[in-house]
Design a binder for this molecule. Structure first.
Ligand code: CO
Length: 657
């Protein structure tokens, strides 16, 4: 890249910093890295695990006016992999100073495979060619280590004393038939490598016994398809006048919504200061919203499959795994992409182009009524704003989607696709805890649990959460026909009562209410958290993962806001025995009524693999909604204009569908 280009790019990114919540620019990341590297006592062998904006206080953000000065502070986690020491640093960029540098003992950072001289590919290559593998591979008839694929998996924490204090991973192995084919079709069952990630060596080869390599290919890419369908006509999304949103730096305005876009390596997409314009001013709804943690526990007890339980945010970094998106494939229509500034483990600022996708989608009917007497029909089409990113974590893909609707509703959806984790099984054996998806290939039963942290701000900072059940009224003089049912609102007033689960038979939802702000019927305003598909874990309560990912054990969690309480399973879930995060903070049993509260919503997707999920999964959807419930005085979308008829083709006569 020529110097001039670099300069203009930097200027552009600096200019974007016009608000205290703007994510770090490339320039700021580079500056932070230089400051850290200049601290000699940390040593030279540093790997960068975290570099993120230390967000200013709510007070500072909420009173900010364009043009006000603001300071930029950065939170950094580095690992000296030679000395095996992890440090947290706080940096202020204004004076280029380190204001805190603290060694944090007994924790492990998120995955970083390699070192200052080895990137991931070099690292995998080194492991593949380790002499410890020659014999076990030979036993399995594998002669060419170049065809191996080794995925590092978290080792969890089963209390093994020998693992204490070491930064370890399990190398799970597959073998390709030829370069470029789908390696996951050929798992090498029974072979697990215990890897030391600080020394980049195989500590131990665990051989649970030879299982024949599955015989069939599992290829899905175009080059392997003999023929493709030929009867698909083009579908084109056009917006001749452009999209209806306005973007100013990281601020987005669309159909009365306003919000700011942020991004971190750990959480991926972060949305800030979400509000909706009503009666001439923007009413706040959510201060900050992001995925706080996710975990994928597996349900097979054989060999070492019981150790499969991955925290893709805290142990891997879901934001780091984001794809650079492609127009026409990942996103269709008039797209606005956002690039994000990240960094690699060796301390280089990196830019990920097109990481975040934003566009509008037609979403069927918003509302409709036909007056059957007069024949007069009013129909409005629904439009939604979609803000998303897609991450690849090893074999799996996750798409994270925020949807904003014209009626004040918000939805969060995760799309699950990619390739299921595959294991081998002997010919003729039927798996108990999984599905045979191809001869000798089993995909184990598993779940995906996501926790979204919603720092609520419904018409102001002081909110309360109520659990709302629909109940059958008792037969009485007022209910002699037994048809009456009503709702029961229960305040979640203390943290000891603030771990709740869904109850579809009570049509349960949770109402985040501002008792000091009333709608025109003099009721306190609220937004409700409405569950979608959900499930609880099927593990015994003694199982290791139940403590490590305690956030799976409830769906709705409420805490008072505290700045450093960000991640449901704690700051460092890697190899952690558990007990951190939500259960630990909530043991203080703090008050929750009319406080600045945070709700943490967990939703689980139960995945009993199907044959049709192989070799690549059609998208599965899961999520939840956040809907106004007495927040507005009536349907806020009455002023959405009728559609113009010219949006329809010549053969259609209405715009209803
Ligand atoms: Co799955």
């Amino acid at each position: 890249m020529v110097v001039e280009d670099k300069k203009s790019q930097k200027t552009l990114l600096q200019n974007i910093n016009s608000h205290p919540l703007d994510p770090l620019s490339l320039d700021e990341i580079t500056k932070s890295i230089l400051i850290v590297k200049s601290k000699e006592s940390l040593g030279r062998e540093l790997l960068f695990e975290t570099i993120m904006l230390r967000e200013p206080s709510k007070k500072e953000v909420l009173s900010f006016k364009p043009g006000d000065p603001f300071s930029r502070n950065v939170f950094v986690v580095v690992l000296n992999y030679k000395e095996e020491k992890l440090y947290e640093l706080d940096i202020t960029l204004d004076s280029e100073e380190i204001i805190r540098c603290e060694h944090i003992p007994n924790v492990q950072p998120a995955f970083m495979c390699g070192d200052l001289d080895m990137d991931f590919n070099d690292w995998e290559n080194k492991i593949k060619h380790d002499s410890k593998l020659i014999e076990p591979l030979k036993k399995r008839g594998i002669n060419n280590p170049d065809l191996l694929m080794i995925d590092p998996w978290p080792i969890s924490n089963f209390g093994n004393k020998e693992e204490e204090g070491k930064r370890l991973a399990i190398g799970r192995c597959w073998v390709r038939k030829e370069p470029g084919d789908n390696a996951y079709a050929r798992p090498i069952e029974g072979l697990s490598l215990i890897l030391d990630l600080n020394k980049n060596v195989i500590v131990e080869v665990q051989d649970f016994g030879v299982v024949p390599i599955p015989p069939e290919d599992g290829n899905y890419s175009t080059k392997y398809q003999k023929e493709v369908r030929t009867d698909l006509k083009p579908i084109e999304i056009t917006q001749p006048e452009g999209p209806s949103f306005v973007v100013n730096g990281n601020e987005v305005k669309w159909q009365k919504w306003s919000l700011r876009i942020g991004y971190t390596k750990r959480e991926g997409l972060v949305l800030h200061t979400i509000g909706y314009e009503d009666g001439g001013s923007v009413r706040p709804i959510i201060y900050r919203a992001a995925l706080s943690e996710m975990v994928v526990p597996y349900g097979d007890p054989t060999n070492d499959h019981y150790k499969k339980q991955v925290f893709d945010a805290g142990e891997v970094g879901i934001g780091r795994c984001a794809n650079s998106l492609e127009l026409g494939c990942d996103c269709l229509g008039e797209i606005r992409y956002f690039d994000v500034a990240l960094f690699d483990m060796r301390g280089e600022a990196t830019e990920l182009k097109n990481a975040i996708c934003m566009h509008e989608e037609d979403f069927g009917i918003l509302w409709k009524h036909t007056d059957t007497r007069s024949g007069e029909t009013e129909t409005r089409r629904s439009r939604r704003l979609v803000i998303s990113f897609i991450a690849t974590v090893g074999n799996y893909e996750y798409g994270f989607y925020w949807y904003f609707y014209q009626d004040g509703g918000i939805e969060y959806e995760v799309k699950l696709t990619g390739i299921m984790n595959s294991s081998g099984i002997a010919p003729g054996v039927k798996p108990k805890n999984g599905t045979l998806v191809a001869p000798q290939v089993v995909a184990h039963n598993h779940q995906h649990h996501f926790n979204v942290r919603l720092d609520m701000m419904v018409d102001g900072l002081k909110n309360s959460v109520y659990e709302v059940d629909t109940i059958t009224d008792p037969i009485s003089d007022e209910n002699i026909h037994g048809n009456a049912f009503s709702t029961k609102r229960t305040l979640i007033g203390k943290e000891k009562d603030a771990v709740r689960v869904v109850d579809p038979f009570a049509a349960r939802y949770w109402s985040v209410t501002n008792n000091s702000s009333k709608n025109y019927l003099d009721e306190p305003v609220s937004y409700k958290i409405a569950p979608g598909e959900n499930v609880l874990p099927f593990h015994h309560k003694e199982a290791v993962i139940m403590k490590r990912a305690a956030f799976m054990n409830g769906h709705m969690w409420v805490t008072p806001f505290k700045e450093n309480e960000m991640y449901a399973a704690g700051d460092y879930p890697q190899q952690h025995p558990g007990g951190e995060g939500l259960p630990k903070w909530m043991s203080a049993n703090r008050d929750l009524k009319d406080k600045d509260i945070v709700v943490w919503y967990t939703f689980g997707h139960n995945h009993i693999p199907r044959l049709e999920d192989w070799p690549v999964m059609p998208v599965a959807y899961t999520g939840f909604s956040i809907k106004p419930s007495g927040f507005f005085d009536r349907n806020p979308a009455l002023d959405v204009p009728p559609s113009t008829k010219n949006c329809c083709s010549k053969d259609t006569h209405s715009c209803n569908c």
